[in-house]
Design a protein around this ligand. Structure first.
Ligand code: SAM
Length: 281
């Protein structure tokens, strides 16, 4: 396919978002930038090559990730000093659980202009579908694969009064739902899968309900896992609601642990909850 002449871009680094599944989501400004730059830094030249083939773009591709040594970074930035250079990732917005942070930081330190050409990001698409509060959210990337480290992260985030957003994979979903059920009892959860693709779905419910669904229907494809914020005001939680939270937590933990988890997640008094947990046990 022949390429129409594009407006001349100024020298600098262009952070260009690409689709997360549906190729129709590439922005016209992204196409113009990808055509107009002198070279494109990318995570995987094969993946980016496929996208460019679909878009009819011929470009010089340079492999880059944030673990590349400083010389590789310097070579890209040497070029960006005099020519426009783009950074893309395999899918979605670069730097969001993808390489680019070190490159942007180094570009800024060198006084090289950085321009963002925005587009899809799975975290934001999931937030628009889940029906969970969006006024405050905390994007926390991937949960660690090991159970102890995963629980430590959930412990750290338990008192955050915002919707939590995680990237997740099908094989790890069950373990993450189980850990969320234990560490953040009483929260509403959403699983947003295959966003912008043919089999896009978004399911909401308790971690237990979603775990049962996905045990029967092993999840395929890419996943965003969202956890609703703790109940609005601790004082608004009635005794019956507190009992329900404790009973759920007691299914998987001793009284002291159940009380501590519910107290932390809902801003309640741990000692009082411990006494009540012993009564309920
Ligand atoms: N930079 C990308 C972005 O802006 O969304 C994310 C890259 S991260 C390496 C890849 C993860 O994003 C996947 O494992 C999945 O959790 C999530 N993801 C990417 N595309 C997705 C999609 N179409 N549906 C659901 N989740 C997706």
């Amino acid at each position: 396919m022949s390429q129409a002449p594009e407006p001349v871009l100024k020298a600098g680094l262009y952070i260009v978002a690409t689709p997360i599944g549906n190729l129709g989501d590439i922005a016209p400004r992204a196409i113009a930038a990808l055509r107009g730059v002198a070279a494109v830094a990318c995570e995987d030249t094969r993946m980016t090559g496929k996208l460019f083939h679909h878009l009819g773009i011929k470009q010089r591709l340079i492999r880059y990730d944030d673990h590349a040594d400083e010389r590789a970074r310097d070579r890209i930035l040497d070029l960006a000093e005099t020519e426009p250079v783009a950074l893309v990732s395999d899918a979605g917005t670069p730097l969001i659980s993808d390489p680019g942070y070190r490159l942007v930081r180094a570009a800024r330190e060198r006084g090289i202009a950085v321009t963002s050409v925005p587009g899809p990001s799975a975290a934001i698409v999931a937030l628009t579908l889940a029906g969970l509060p969006t006024d405050r959210f905390l994007f926390a990337g991937f949960l660690p694969p090991r159970d102890k480290a995963r629980r430590a992260v959930l412990h750290e985030l338990a008192s955050v009064r915002a919707t939590l957003v995680f990237y997740e994979s099908g094989p790890r979903l069950a373990a993450s739902l189980a850990a969320i059920g234990e560490m953040l009892p009483g929260r509403e959860v959403a699983v947003a899968r295959e966003l912008t693709k043919l089999y896009e779905e978004c399911r909401t419910g308790t971690p237990g309900k979603l775990a049962a669904h996905y045990a029967a229907n092993p999840p395929k494809g890419e996943i965003v896992l969202l956890v609703g914020p703790p109940q609005a005001e601790p004082a608004a939680l009635g005794a019956a609601a507190v009992d329900a939270l404790l009973i759920a937590a007691l299914k998987n933990a001793k009284a002291s642990r159940a009380a501590a988890d519910v107290a932390r997640a809902h801003g309640l008094d741990r000692k009082a909850l411990y006494a009540r947990a012993l009564e309920l046990k």
